[in-house]
Design a protein around this ligand. Sequence first.
Ligand SMILES: [Zn+2]
Length: 85
Amino acid sequence: MDDITQQIEELKLEIEKLREEIKNIPPHKHCVNCGISIPPDKDFCSKKCEEEWNRMVKKKKNITYFWLLLMGILLLILLVTSGGL
Ligand SMILES: [Zn+2]
């Protein structure tokens, strides 16, 4: 029985140590583009990452517009072909 209580005590100490370690991690964020740790007042780790991210977002927007246009054309084709011409 004594063995178990000692083990529990050791575990408690371990947990306490882990808690202290977690507390000692300074507040930080992760770069939106590459995910590395950065100061909390920034969104990107470097200018290069910011540019890369902006390029990616632009590309995504273009793809969204492309799909919307495609859908519009398809809808138009459907409307025309089902109009009994
Ligand atoms: Zn980055």
